[in-house]
Design a protein around this ligand. Structure first.
Ligand code: BEZ
Length: 411
């Protein structure tokens, strides 16, 4: 697969514009929307970002403070995407003195037979080997000795990949926001939900409660709220919605440091039994460690049904897992948070990156990113989406992420 680099840019030609005319309107001002706008600005595209809430809000998939950067995936194309993201993270890092990633490594461990929503250890090892990514394999005893876990079943295995990191996601979003604010080609509008999209003469007329704006292209990146926009264009994405719970646990042993980690286990009853965690970092509840369940007991039908209160049972399972298997932590949750995420219902399509389906007028001028866990790709995805908008194509192979015409449902 061909890697693309941050230098791959062709500036578009600036046209005379009236005030409400843009080359591209980006719908959604979370991490992906701002990353897209940042890359559009670098190419001097006149860009408007419409955010329905406020920038750096807690209502969507960009909520919270930390995320995991990891290279292990069961699919080679995902490993490649993580590798391709590296130079874009470095480029973004060059704009701020705040470290955006704490490189503590990725530890994946658990039952080697489990195939979870995040993958399978043996398949990830194969994909890492195919792309010459360094990692070490671990026995259950080694995981306990090196990484502070305890009472793991003897059958558990693990892998450690040293390039994994805890992403300071809040700082990432704030850095992108500052870059967009400074960019002379970019306009940012908050409290601006898109309520109407009309098309005429290959232009989009986009209405919010604050105004009417015209553009040649649109990029739709409102995270879990994607259907509220694409339904205006008469297509939809089939997704389930998770109100993901997360909690912070106090360190009782200050000398212990965990890497970013993920445990794969067999489900017991309704409990998906997958958990993940982070190191202690000074930028997110210092002296506490974030550990979270990667399962949701009750899906929610629509994004607006979400609650900001985490599910108690999910937190109870997490506390129990910490009590049983972690050291140096008080298993009582001190702080909690939630994050709303949309998951694609289409098998093997975690991230959806595509143009609108053919039956939507000007479909090649409508770029959509939706569903899945993509924080680790933020600056790279911004580059991909901006190139799709300006060039109608990207040098990155998006075929594994495309829905084509089969999966969007017209109504
Ligand atoms: C991820 O790295 O994609 C991930 C990590 C924790 C929970 C869910 C997804």
């Amino acid at each position: 697969m061909k890697a693309i680099t941050p230098n791959h840019t062709t500036n578009i030609v600036m046209k005379e514009n009236t005030n409400n005319h843009y080359d591209v309107i980006v719908m959604g001002g979370g991490a992906m929307g701002l990353a897209t706008a940042y890359h559009l600005g670098k190419r001097k595209a006149r860009t408007l970002v419409l955010e329905q809430f406020t920038f750096v809000n807690q209502q969507g998939s960009s909520a919270g403070v930390s995320r995991q950067f990891r290279i292990p995936y069961p699919e080679e194309y995902m490993v490649q995407m993580a590798l391709d993201s590296e130079p874009f993270w470095e480029e973004l890092q060059s704009h701020t003195s705040v470290p955006l990633r704490d490189k503590v490594g990725t530890l994946w461990f658990g039952d080697p037979a489990v195939h979870s929503t995040e993958g399978n250890i043996a398949e990830a090892e194969k994909a890492l080997e195919a792309l010459n990514v360094p990692y070490t394999t671990l026995t259950s005893k080694e995981i306990e000795e090196k990484y502070h876990f305890k009472n793991l079943p003897k059958t558990y295995t693990g892998l450690f990949q040293p390039d994994g990191a805890s992403i300071n996601f809040k700082a990432t979003i704030e850095t992108l926001l500052e870059l967009c604010k400074k960019d002379p080609h970019t306009t940012l509008e908050e409290q601006s939900p898109v309520i109407k999209i009309k098309q005429a003469d290959h232009l989009f007329e986009v209405t919010t409660p604050n105004g009417v704006y015209i553009s040649k292209k649109i990029v739709v990146v409102p995270g879990p709220y994607v259907n509220s926009i694409i339904n205006l264009l008469h297509f939809t994405i089939e997704a389930t919605y998770w109100n993901m719970a997360s909690a912070y646990f106090k360190k009782t042993d200050p000398s212990i440091q965990y890497p970013t980690w993920f445990v794969f286990q067999n489900p017991e009853g309704e409990n998906g039994n997958q958990f993940y965690g982070f190191p202690e970092v000074d930028w997110d509840h210092p002296e506490y460690i974030r550990v979270a369940p990667d399962f949701v007991i009750n899906d929610i039908p629509e994004p607006n049904d979400r609650s900001f209160i985490p599910n108690e049972q999910e937190l109870a399972y997490t506390s129990q897992w910490i009590k049983d298997h972690m050291t140096g932590l008080d298993p009582e949750p001190y702080y909690t948070s939630t994050c709303l995420i949309a998951l694609s219902k289409i098998p093997n399509k975690e991230l959806l990156i595509d143009f609108a389906p053919y039956y939507v007028p000007n479909h090649k001028n409508i770029v959509v990113y939706a569903t899945g866990w993509a924080a680790k790709f933020t600056p790279f995805l911004g580059k991909i989406l901006s190139d799709m908008a300006l060039d109608g194509t990207t040098a990155f192979d998006i075929s594994p992420f495309q829905l084509g015409d089969r999966f969007f449902k017209a109504f």
